[in-house]
Design a protein around this ligand. Structure first.
Ligand SMILES: CC(=O)N[C@H]1[C@H]([C@H](O)[C@H](O)CO)O[C@](OP(=O)(O)OC[C@H]2O[C@@H](n3ccc(N)nc3=O)[C@H](O)[C@@H]2O)(C(=O)O)C[C@@H]1O
Ligand SMILES: CO[C@@H]1[C@H](O)[C@@H](O)[C@H](O[C@H]2[C@H](O)[C@@H](NC(C)=O)[C@H](OCc3ccccc3)O[C@@H]2CO)O[C@@H]1CO
Length: 322
């Protein structure tokens, strides 16, 4: 009996260990990751199916000048109904991908989630070594460099999540990528960049009214990536009559974008506490619990399954545990 019990224990720990290795990745310190061109793209068809890859990452003025193919959906999954506003925004922002990224033969990217798992991770140096570091919302780097690094190639945000002091948390060449959820989000960026009268109503949280950024840094994310994250990764209905509309988290959206932009995609700082861990902080930089997400319209269990699937098929690798 004892022998049988021991055999089962050994088998169990080996099978757990396999799973653990699959879901957790240790980069070799000081070494750049081996990068295989086109690797992520192969995974993209596995995860998202087949569709035209002609989609730009950022919205461009030329596509709204003579609206050739009008968008099928309204924000956040398309731009239907927001074209005139967008035209004004795109006239004062840019859409290009910096030459430093464009020219890379193989793009190694890391998406840094805001999760508490980054605290005391000492991953800062590792994160800084990637060609493209994608950060989210108002996640700070100042004072957290040891754990999260200091390089920020791109930061995805919406007005309510914009850092009030972007110059402190970003690099001078960081791309500030606006993810629009509603027409007011375009109004906000227009009023900031053109110094027009600020509108305070229509936001669920007060966004900055003065925002010290260079318009050249601003990009508008193509809502196509939100649509495929919602549809293909979470099977969410695009048209939702409910009061609280379900939508992907900014982190899942960023992973979706990275899988299209990069050849290698690693993630860090993803994963929420279990529902019973009511007092566990969710962020690495502030004490805030799962309760704060009650009205967020995110299904974190469904997202965890989507991320696990990506880890299992090797589409992404995880620098923190999951
Ligand atoms: C109260 C509230 O609305 N919180 C939302 C906040 C909030 O709006 C901003 O932080 C404001 O700066 O934003 C969100 O996300 P948040 O800013 O918390 O985190 C960014 C992304 O990191 C991943 N994450 C975060 C914490 C954690 N424990 N595990 C994780 O995997 C998620 O993928 C997440 O998207 C958001 O935009 O998605 C989702 C959160 O629900
Ligand atoms: C990626 O989504 C962002 C963030 O993670 C979400 O938490 C946030 O959700 C807010 C939601 O967008 C707001 N809805 C509208 C229509 O503005 C909602 O507003 C209050 C509310 C509450 C309950 C029922 C209806 C409306 O507030 C949510 C935050 O509590 O959206 C972010 C993108 O804007």
């Amino acid at each position: 009996m004892l022998a049988l019990f021991l055999a089962v224990m050994v088998w169990y720990s080996i099978s757990r260990e396999d799973r653990y290795i699959e879901l957790f990745y240790f980069p070799v310190p000081g070494k750049k990751e081996p990068c295989l061109q086109g690797e992520a793209e192969k995974m993209v068809s596995k995860l998202f199916g087949n569709y035209s890859r002609e989609q730009p990452f950022f919205l461009q003025l030329k596509d709204y000048f003579w609206v050739k193919t009008p968008s099928l959906y309204e924000l956040p999954y398309g731009t239907k109904g927001s074209e005139d506003l967008l035209l004004r925004v795109l006239a004062i922002t840019s859409y290009s991908i910096p030459e430093s990224i464009q020219s890379l033969k193989c793009r190694r990217c890391v998406v840094v989630g805001n999760g508490h798992r980054l605290r005391n991770s000492s991953l800062g140096e590792t994160i800084n070594k990637y060609d493209v570091v994608i950060r989210l919302n108002s996640a700070p780097v100042a004072g957290y460099e040891q754990d999260v690094g200091s390089k920020t190639t791109m930061r995805l945000f919406y007005p309510e999540s914009a850092h009030f002091n972007p110059k402190v948390e970003d690099n001078p060449d960081t791309l500030l990528v606006l993810v629009a959820f509603k027409a007011m989000d375009f109004h906000w960026i227009e009023s900031i960049l053109s110094d027009k009268k600020r509108v305070r109503k229509g936001f669920w949280k007060q966004p900055p009214l003065i925002w010290d950024v260079n318009p050249k840094q601003i990009r508008i994310l193509n809502p196509f990536y939100m649509e495929i994250a919602a549809d293909k990764l979470l099977s969410l209905p695009i048209h939702q009559p409910h009061k609280i509309k379900q939508k992907p988290t900014t982190g899942l959206l960023a992973i979706t974008l990275a899988l299209h932009l990069c050849d290698l995609v690693h993630i860090a700082g993803f994963g929420y506490p279990d529902a019973h861990q009511k007092k566990q902080s969710i962020h690495y930089y502030e004490y805030i619990t799962l309760k704060s997400m009650m009205w967020s319209g995110h299904n974190v269990s469904q997202e965890a399954l989507a991320i696990k699937r990506m880890l299992e098929i090797g589409a992404v690798k995880n620098l923190t545990y999951f």
